[in-house]
Write a protein that binds this ligand. Sequence first.
Ligand code: NDP
Ligand code: ZN
Length: 352
Amino acid sequence: MKAFAMLKIGEAGWIEKERPVCGPQDAICKPLAVAICTSDIHTVYEGGVGERFNMVLGHECCAEVVEVGELVKDFKPGDKVLVPAITPDWNSLEAQAGYSMHSNGMLAGWKFSNHKDGVFGEYFHVNDPDGNLALLPEGMSYEDACMLSDMVPTGFHAVEQADVQFGDTVLVIGIGPVGLMAVAGANLRGASRIIVVGTRSVCVEAAKGYGATDFISYKDGSISEQVMKLTDGKGVDRVCIAGGTVATFEEAVKALKPGGKIGNVNYLGKGEFITIPRVEWGAGMGHKVISGGLMPGGRLRMEKLGALIASGKLDVSPLSTHVFHGWEHIPEGLEMMRNKADNLIKPVIILD
Ligand code: NDP
Ligand code: ZN
């Protein structure tokens, strides 16, 4: 089969590969549409997960099932499905402990384009389809379905980790597609004020639509100082981080009220250490919680978040700013994500 792969750190291209084999509890799917992710950029160009050779890229798609193993109960060839970027081993002890994304090792639930080939191939392999796939909701577009693989569950996971409550003032750092979904999630959870950090005009406009109330730029100086100015020196109740660098945590801690929580989903592709400012962390006693997590993945989350879109409570259509038709556009999409133009949120490629 043909596939678009990471050839080595710094290089991506087309390769020929064996079609994956279906075990008794697996499925083989073919992608119907794929989306390119900022994480693909961290992986290929920053070596974020380490060296990989000829590894098929991609973890965002919707797909059609072409083959299932004899132990698979709920899916059959021909089913159109939502595919989460994270496909845990649901019988692992880590999953039983509530950390499915770390099933059988830290971040090991993230298999596509990390521990095995991803979804930018004519066929791809899914472990435990009963636990990981969900049927494509009736009438949902392929573009919207692709946003369910990663953008919606990851942005929402920032909100879950920050534990946003009714009436909270929330700071969302980074308003690319992940941060935009954090804004939407914080809004759904009842935040009263949502301060966002980001500059690309298309993202700023989309953030307004998702419920952002205040806008600041990391290019205009310290984020925390700007937040303090906006909040009369009080700071915010919660911070969701979906952009920036290792240095962003310092700003988040400074902008946070005592007792507040920081939920990070940003993939830190570079930098050795994160420093925590001692004084603003209450000299170690400020009850400021810092959590960083890969999204949990799995079928239940796909079904619930899919229902949120199907019910009209969440509109993800503004995220797919660039829609292409045909496999040949995958390299172009990757380049677009690398160079993020002012009008880009997400490129989606329909494989018709
Ligand atoms: P984007 O690059 O589209 O968005 C990044 C945002 O951060 C933009 O709004 C950008 O602003 C802003 N930003 C850039 N530099 C800074 C800075 N120094 N300080 C503050 N804000 C800054 O990324 P995505 O939304 O696609 O993804 C966000 C992150 O989430 C990525 O690192 C991605 O790899 C990660 N991710 C994590 C997952 C998980 O499960 N944990 C899954 C999927 C993605 P500007 O408008 O100026 O560009
Ligand atoms: Zn992704």
